[in-house]
Design a protein around this ligand. Structure first.
Ligand SMILES: [Zn+2]
Length: 443
């Protein structure tokens, strides 16, 4: 990955304005874009129902950037009729190329140590999740390794993942703790998130997921562990300002609806915003619970029932679908995306990157969403950008290419958005611009 320093500010004068006060400082322009997908707000924020498919792309488009903000979006000839480029302005010609907002990956688990690559052969041999756990694998293997790892190791691991995510076009992610499962190691995990956000060009939003699994020392005593989360972990996380969201893995045999509600209500009292993993394996009425708690987003939703979906629509909760997970678990069923769209619930997409389902690529997730959940390429792109920004409540700053928003965008070496799922499994990125800087350059 090529990481470049911030270009020094250059100035472009408006042709019709000589007044020094009204000179706009422009640093970078992208011109002659074959297909410019802006995801602008005219189709709603977030986009729902039919509006998820309304791309209205601009042909021969242009984007102009000043500092870390977008100052012009439109046709190339409009840009040149409004501004006269200075010879020092960086100009990128995007003939035959696609430009979109940077991907937002709103649900990941990148803070861990150790690998579980050997488990695929076990899964293929027909071993169940429980059998893998009993042979020392599964989530508890990751918990063991993560507890042993130093803060520095977790940061190093995270950086590798963030670099690759950025190479594949992602410019903002959310990530969670959840492989520490005790006070010390959950805090260590969140400190790693904080450090990654400071050190890496990626914007990294933090979620506390102490309720990811029941740690081995609390086996058979889930209520006691819930008490530890509520009485010690949440107050400490809030006091040290280590997370913006709180998440719970609500699933049969893990955390019940009652326990989930207890944890999230406690978290909300401390100012953490709620989100939930729901209805992945069994329908536990998770969608209804998400609506009741006004959760910002929910993950999975393979089994959510109609009553829950109706309630989620009313609560304006975003459905973040994670097709990488059923793919890696070799499940036949995926989340019923078409039905969720028909209900008018906005869909976001995320990688769910974790040691059991490891991909940094939102391009792969877009392909899986199209081939397995029957989203159109346009709907999948909407779900990976503006709707994903809404899933993190960051839509005012990111997720679309509009004047005043952060200059986070991707230049793809393909002519249009249909290529994103069509030419799958490879990286179609040509350049990634983050905060106005070219941070990835494959040209
Ligand atoms: Zn997850």
């Amino acid at each position: 990955m090529t990481v470049r320093s911030t270009p020094s500010p250059k100035r472009i004068k408006r042709k019709d304005v000589d007044n020094e006060d009204r000179i706009t400082t422009l640093d970078l322009i992208i011109i002659h874009i074959n297909e410019l997908v802006t995801m602008d707000s005219k189709y709603g924020v977030p986009r729902k129902g039919k509006n998820m498919a309304e791309l209205a792309p601009i042909h021969d488009g242009a984007v102009a950037i000043s500092g870390n903000s977008i100052v012009f979006v439109g046709k190339t000839n409009e840009l040149f009729s409004t501004f006269t480029p200075n010879e020092k302005t960086i100009t990128i010609d995007a003939t035959n190329r696609l430009v979109t907002p940077g991907f937002v990956d709103p649900h990941t688990h990148i803070i861990f140590d150790g690998f579980r690559e050997n488990e695929l052969e076990m899964k293929l041999a027909g071993k169940t999740y429980l059998e893998i756990l009993e042979s020392g694998g599964g989530i508890l293997k990751t918990v063991k390794a993560t507890r042993k790892a130093s803060l520095e190791i977790l940061i190093q691991n995270g950086k590798k993942i963030l670099n690759r995510m950025m190479e594949y076009g992602t410019t903002t992610i959310e990530t969670k703790s959840g492989y520490g499962l005790d006070v010390e190691n959950e805090i260590k995990s969140l400190l790693a998130v904080k450090e990654l956000n400071l050190e890496h060009p990626m914007d990294v939003i933090s979620t506390f997921l102490g309720a990811h699994a029941v740690p081995p020392e609390y086996e058979g005593k889930t209520d006691d562990y819930v008490e530890l989360i509520i009485s010690e972990m949440i107050p400490k996380v809030a006091q040290e300002e280590l997370a913006e969201f709180c998440d719970v893995f609500c699933e049969e045999g893990i955390f019940s609806v009652v326990q989930t509600k207890k944890i999230l209500k406690a978290a909300m009292k401390y100012g953490l915003k709620p989100q939930i993993h729901i209805d992945e394996i069994v329908d536990t009425n998770g969608a209804l619970l998400a609506a009741e708690l006004n959760a910002v987003q929910t993950g999975h939703m393979l089994k959510s029932n109609d009553e829950g979906l109706r309630a989620m629509k009313k609560a304006q909760t975003i459905a973040t679908l994670l097709p990488g997970t059923p793919f890696c678990l070799m499940m036949r069923d995926y989340a019923p995306a078409r039905k969720i769209i028909e209900y008018g619930i906005p869909i976001a997409l995320a990688t769910d990157l974790n040691p059991n389902c490891w991909t940094e690529s939102m391009q792969i997730i877009i392909a899986l969403a199209c081939y397995h959940m029957k989203l159109s390429p346009a709907e999948a792109l909407t779900a990976a950008t503006i709707n994903a920004a809404c899933a993190l409540q960051k839509q005012e700053h990111i997720g679309s290419l509009e004047v005043g928003k952060k200059a986070d965008l991707i230049i793809f070496d393909v002519p249009n958005h249909n290529f994103l799922p069509y030419q799958f499994g490879v990286n179609l990125v040509s350049k990634v611009i983050k905060n106005g800087n070219v941070v990835v350059d494959f040209d």
